[in-house]
Design a protein around this ligand. Structure first.
Ligand SMILES: NC(=O)c1ccc[n+]([C@@H]2O[C@H](COP(=O)([O-])OP(=O)(O)OC[C@H]3O[C@@H](n4cnc5c(N)ncnc54)[C@H](O)[C@@H]3O)[C@@H](O)[C@H]2O)c1
Length: 356
């Protein structure tokens, strides 16, 4: 079976996580890496490049792109656009971490670059692969539960300038582009539009309790979908180092209540009523049972990396792609504008690109 040569730009936390994910993908081999932090690239090469070892360390991003078939862009956010444009120009399939960029304009340019080049592209909105969210998205779209009315979405983690993440760049607005909402909850904005359908109104309030310039650590966002459904998103960066990053979601439909705790393996809980409002069924799913239930409703793999490599091998679109990420960037942009104006902002119209 054909195999792809994979290159990594950025050998930090998420680069290592994707490299670990690729270790079980037989059709991919990491052969070239670059990170200006030499200790990180050396550790990465010795851990994840069994054939090349330290010879996998390249002198520049350009050298990596030249040496491989597919490129992972796992640097801090402000470097994403430049590196993605280089990879697209070289006609290499590209996986880029979320958020795509520090601004909506840059995200638009990146989508345009991969669309014009016609290269397979995927974004690190990895919760699109989560059994828990796939199950929830499918359940609330069933006709028997009636209309989706409201979603309450809480996302909290300790501020990632410390602990496991330990990143200075996340406190630099020029490198990160924003705080909890853009850097972390771009996932949540994407999931909410996936579950609710097109969103037409966004109202937001954001604050910085830690007082880091431009870095929101407390965001409350109200979203209204064209369908009439509402969602409230609360995203927090606190200081409880022993509390893992976690989400809790409650979705209320006319005849169905769903809750999700644990954003990958659950548990998820459901309570359904019949047409006359009488109890019909209820239950809780988690782990293998939830994985099996999610696998029954779609063909999405649990592994974002296996999905990307399969798409790149077949030279076909990957999931979720830059176009998907761009829609979430529109919502983040609207939320920041709303917070700055202290009022309501309407997202820009959906962005559609052809490949010419
Ligand atoms: N999908 C997810 O759930 C998820 C989780 C964590 C981080 N991320 C995203 O991944 C990106 C990286 O985050 P991280 O936690 O791995 O950060 P990190 O600080 O652990 O690693 C970033 C690395 O990029 C390197 N780098 C900077 N500029 C570079 C360049 N031009 N070429 C090559 N390497 C360069 C840095 O030296 C650093 O080692 C961010 O955009 C972040 O938002 C996504």
């Amino acid at each position: 079976m054909a195999s792809l040569r994979v290159g990594f730009l950025g050998c930090g936390l998420i680069g290592r996580s994707h490299a670990a994910g690729l270790s079980s993908v037989k059709q991919a081999e990491i052969v070239s890496v670059f990170d200006p932090d030499g200790k990180r690239s050396a550790r990465f090469a010795s851990d994840f490049c069994p054939s090349a070892g330290l010879d996998a360390i390249a002198a520049s991003a350009e050298a990596v792109i030249e040496a491989v078939d597919v490129v992972y862009v796992c640097t801090w956010t402000s470097e994403h656009r430049r590196l993605v444009e280089m990879a697209a120009h070289a006609k290499k399939a590209v996986f880029c971490e979320k958020p795509l960029a520090t601004s909506l304009d840059d995200a638009v340019a990146m989508q345009q670059a991969v669309a014009s080049a016609g290269v397979t592209n995927q974004v690190g909105l990895v919760l699109r692969h989560s059994p828990a969210f796939r199950w929830l998205q499918q359940q609330i779209s069933q006709a028997n539960v009636g209309r989706l009315m409201s979603i309450v979405f809480r996302d909290d983690q300790y501020i990632p300038t410390q602990g496991l993440y330990d990143s200075v760049w996340r406190s630099d607005i020029n490198k990160a582009g924003g705080g909890a909402l853009l850097e972390h909850s771009i996932h949540d904005l994407d999931l909410l539009e996936w579950m609710m359908g097109p969103i037409s109104e966004v109202t937001a309030r954001m604050d910085s309790i830690h007082g880091i310039h431009g870095i929101d650590d407390q965001a409350s966002v109200l979203l209204v979908a064209e369908s009439g459904a509402h969602a409230s998103l609360v995203s927090i960066w606190h200081d409880m180092l022993n509390r893992p990053s976690q989400r809790r979601v409650e979705a209320i439909c006319q005849r169905g209540f769903f809750s999700l705790e644990g954003d990958w393996s659950g548990p998820v809980h459901y309570e359904l009523a019949d047409q006359s409002g009488q109890p019909q069924s209820q239950g809780t799913l988690g782990d293998e049972q939830l994985e099996a239930a999610a696998a029954e409703v779609d063909k999405i793999t649990n592994s974002p990396d296996a999905g990307f490599i399969a798409a790149a091998l077949e030279d076909r679109p990957a999931y979720p792609d830059f176009g998907t990420a761009l829609q979430a960037h529109r919502l983040a942009d609207a939320a920041y504008r709303s917070a700055q104006a202290g009022g309501l902002a309407v997202p820009t119209p959906p962005l559609v690109f052809d490949k010419s």
